[in-house]
Write a protein that binds this ligand. Structure first.
Ligand code: FES
Length: 102
């Protein structure tokens, strides 16, 4: 199989036992998956978008992880913020102001 160029992981707060019930899910994370998917397609980016279980940094949610850069972003709630992340992918850049990883 051909791997996608980028992989965007959106925390959706899933727990091992039971459904989504965490901070990211309550802050609109489900809608973020569709927005990232459509925004990547609009830009012609080869991106897979997936939802994840809780990434254990709930206080900084909603949390978004981008690979292959392995950049963790926090507090991503608005369409403008998601656009900034997608624009950065287009330019092979990182949005430093939302980064929560070292
Ligand atoms: S619910 Fe997203 S980091 Fe915990």
């Amino acid at each position: 199989m051909k791997k996608p160029t980028f992989h965007i992981l959106v925390c959706n707060s899933y727990r091992i036992a039971g459904g989504a019930q965490g901070a990211c899910n309550r802050k609109n994370a489900p809608a973020m998956i569709q927005y990232f998917t459509e925004g990547a397609a609009d830009r012609g980016l080869d991106v897979a978008v997936s939802s994840t279980a809780c990434l254990n940094v709930c206080a900084q949610g909603p949390v978004v992880v981008v690979h292959p850069q392995n950049v963790w972003y926090g507090g991503i709630e608005s369409e403008d913020q998601m656009d900034e992340i997608l624009d950065a992918l287009e330019n092979d850049e990182i949005v430093e102001k939302y980064k929560i990883s070292d």
